[in-house]
Design a protein around this ligand. Structure first.
Ligand code: BG6
Length: 512
């Protein structure tokens, strides 16, 4: 056998291996447990981890919310939240309910925290637990105050337990949106970092927990054949699309204040961009990876407010048809003012000013009420430097290879190459080399939240955003938001069910 052996092992297909590290016994405290996110994502993810045997058997989950639930009502709430997470044996849901309990309190009121502390203290003593994971699944407006109250009530340090807890941890998971612009993000970082150290803070961007997004680093840095061509010499442009057919659902108040740039591009799109564009890190240690991602975000050329239309298209959906159904215009949705100027679609063109990417445009495109749900990264390569087949020079489209990383749905990767169509003429036909998760792996892909919660319990922050990454992302995005807010660029319209204004023709390119 030739070649250097290394100490890596791999499995070919099959079920995903179990997490090797058992989590330590811990009390997971979910603030905002009765909210939408906790019910739809966090509780089901905890349940799946429990049912797979990945939670330490002493783990306890405490929900904190403002509703008045008695034990029976809360048990019903937990059972209904895990219903859609699939069956895991006859009694898994019943058993899961037993590790859950509820403490009704208005977590926005500092005076409630001594009560929370006493409750947690008793539970910790009963199960001999010293570790705490606080999960902030509340409206972002409450983050700073909850963090302050955790500190003031002593809950931010395990010594509130009055027993020796050497080596124990207190960690805090903070949901998005993390900040509203650069100054609020900085203020939040300052507050959180005045109480917790960076290695105790887990800022969630759930896209980083998606299998297909994690696979970007594996694809780039394990398959050595791509690295030599992953640069401005061979790559013509990169598109990162996040399309959703859904509208704003029941989140009118949140979304109208946010818009698609804050909701998707500032976090999900820029995080995917940093994984696509980063340099290989020295190792997969959390800070080694995050240092490289940070450098990408810091190298993005600042948005040029003097010529906004060259780099930004923003639009809002009007009425249209999706899947055969007529849907309302955004400004006629419930709880949205008729005069709202919130963008539900944006396309941004940016450059990363470093040696690897000089001159390569990156397009970040995101929209609600698009024709379909689709998240993908499209890397378009430059055509061959010289075409020796003269008869092919009049092709209507450029003869360029394209690599498509399909994040969701139909997860996979495909490479478009050109072939000679069989026959006596020299004619080209684009064909695809495809990898699909569904064809190569038997098991369903784990939910992003399962992976992220497990990592937070295990103290692995690689897939979480560090404070400087968040600030670098807001540094770039804030001038774009100001430009929109001040009406420096026209807010266009697109019919719901179409791929944005101008039917994909942005910045002189067809980006569909
Ligand atoms: C959230 C946004 O972060 O991501 C939502 O706030 C969006 O508006 C959601 O719908 C998309 O997540 P996913 O995993 O369905 O692509």
């Amino acid at each position: 056998m030739s070649g250097k052996m290394n100490n890596c092992s791999y499995k070919n297909g099959g079920a995903p291996p179990k997490a090797s590290k058992e989590t330590s016994s811990c009390i997971i405290v979910v603030f905002g447990v009765t909210g939408d996110l906790a019910r739809k994502k966090i509780i089901p993810a905890l349940y799946k981890l429990f049912a797979m045997g990945l939670l330490n058997e002493k783990t306890r989950i405490v929900g904190i919310g403002r509703r008045n639930y008695d034990d029976i009502e809360y048990n019903e709430y937990i059972k209904s939240a895990v219903e859609k997470a699939g069956r895991h044996g006859e009694s898994a849901a019943e058993e899961f309910v037993k590790i859950n309990s509820y403490y009704g309190a208005d977590f926005t009121v500092p005076g409630e925290y001594p009560g929370i502390r006493e409750y947690l203290k008793k539970l910790a003593a009963k199960y001999k637990i010293c570790d705490f994971l606080y999960y902030l699944s509340t409206p972002p407006a409450n983050f700073e105050q909850i963090i302050t109250s955790l500190h003031d009530s002593g809950l931010s340090r395990p010594d509130f337990l009055d027993v020796s807890c050497a080596g124990s941890f207190v960690r805090v998971v903070i949901e998005k949106p993390y900040g509203y612009d650069i100054s609020s993000a900085r203020a939040l970082n300052e507050k959180v970092l005045s109480i917790f150290s960076e290695d105790q803070i887990y800022r969630i961007d759930h896209y980083l927990g998606k299998e297909t997004v994690q696979n970007i680093m594996i694809f780039r840095f394990v398959n050595g054949i791509f690295e030599p061509i992953w640069n401005q010499k061979y790559i013509d442009n990169v598109q990162i699309k996040v399309f959703e057919s859904e509208g704003i659902g029941g989140r009118a108040n949140y979304f109208d204040r946010s818009g698609i740039i804050r909701d998707i591009i500032q976090n999900h799109s820029l995080q995917m961009l940093s994984l696509i564009a980063m340099e290989p890190s020295a190792s997969n240690a959390p800070d080694a990876v995050r240092n490289e991602k940070l450098k990408v975000l810091q190298s993005i050329r600042p948005f040029d407010r003097a010529e906004p239309a060259k780099y930004l298209t923003a639009a809002q959906y009007s009425a249209g048809i999706i899947g055969g159904e007529t849907v309302e215009a955004y400004n006629r949705e419930k709880n949205i003012a008729a005069g709202s100027v919130t963008e539900t679609f944006a396309a941004i063109k940016l450059f990363i000013d470093n040696w690897r990417w000089a001159g390569v445009p990156f397009y970040l495109i995101a929209g609600k009420r698009m024709p379909e749900r689709l998240t993908e990264v499209i890397v378009t390569f430059k055509p061959a430097p010289h075409m020796i087949f003269n008869s092919l020079c009049n092709m209507s489209e450029p003869v360029s290879n394209r690599l498509v990383i399909r994040v969701q749905p139909d997860e996979g990767i495909s490479l478009k190459i050109f072939c000679k169509r069989p026959g006596f003429e020299t004619e080209l036909q684009p064909v695809s080399m495809n990898f699909n998760y569904s064809g190569s792996f038997e098991a369903a892909l784990p939910e992003a939240y399962e992976r992220l919660i497990l990592d937070a319990l295990n103290g692995d922050a690689t897939l979480f955003m560090r404070s400087d990454e968040i600030e670098a992302a807001w540094d770039y995005i804030t001038p774009i938001l100001q430009c929109l807010k001040n009406g420096e660029i026209e807010l266009k319209k697109y019919a719901a069910g179409t791929p944005g204004p101008e039917l994909c023709g942005f910045f002189g390119l067809n980006l569909c």
